[in-house]
Design a binder for this molecule. Sequence first.
Ligand code: PMP
Length: 390
Amino acid sequence: MKLSHRITHLTPSGSDGWEVFYKARAMKAAGHDITELTIGEHDIRTHPSILAAMNTAAVGGHTGYAMVPGTAELRAAVAARIQERTGVPTTAANIMITPGGQSALYTTHHAVLDDGDVALYIDPYYATYPGTIRGVGGVPRGVSASPDHGFQPQAADIAAQADDAASLLINSPNNPTGAVYSRATLDGIAQVCKDRDLWLISDEVYDTQIWEGAHISPRALPDMADRTLVVGSMSKSHAMTGSRVGWVCGPADVIEHMINLATHTTYGVPGYIQDAALFALGEGTPLETEVAAPFKRRREITEDLLAGQNVVKASPTQGAMYAMLDLRATGMSGQEFSNALLDEHHIATMPGESFGDAGAGHVRVAMTINDDRYAEALKTLMAFAAEKAG
Ligand code: PMP
């Protein structure tokens, strides 16, 4: 039976740079002790108090169909959080609750792209971006952000690709690079969006993981609220990856269309999950700080260890749970280095190339294992790099 081109061509065939990850998993299954620095998942579980709220809601009967756009209370709480942090007037009408940030990425692109429309995204990129764009019939086009600019995208590079584009997807704090976009970068991006009439889709799922600088939501920049769709999530901020709860924030008329889409796709998010998210947001920044603390510590460990040598460079560890390590001094590709490190030292990292061409010569390490083991792995990686650099 014939399948649609859209689903069979969601992701290109051939090497996608994830071979090292699958090899590591296979080695682990075969009984090897593998240090996995690959996946962006906390090493803590969802806080017991959030689970207690979830249980209370479920036992209390919030197990039927929930409101498709999200419960009134959760939409209002998300709106209040955004208004408080950005100063942009935001109400429940600007919010739709989604099954995680990934669904929000799909929904936002669905809302702004017609078949064949070009959608820009920044390379290096989070793995699902091009496939998400293809999934709604769009044509993904990467715009490189260079390590020589600290992976901050340059407005001129975006403008050069923008002629026939309908949207631009950005992500700050960034996965995989750890960059937090500066005010200057975001001003440049906003100007291109206004000049070229682009929708801006701003993936802010790491907004609570800032180690240097400040998180600026581009929706708060002058004249941007009407053309910006913000993607948010409880996954990273509250260690709720498995609960699948996030949101889109945008103009109320766009949200209305997205609610219609949700009626025909997800039918919303379970009520007891939304109640747990509402409880978690009600705990405010102390809980967010607690969830982010291990990454903050390991980011310090990374900086301290790297300071003692000059082969491996981190660029730029400003935010998120990753360090993008520049190994160009070894003369190896990220893929070669990552493979060799796994084979010889049983440490699994993600080759920079798996996040796009702009990640070449780098590996991404996820700071998601306990501090001592993380430090040991990083020391081994650095010694290995030094050996390879000669
Ligand atoms: N955006 C980025 C940049 C991510 O790294 C992730 C998850 N790793 C997501 C979105 C999606 O997260 P979720 O669907 O769990 O909210």
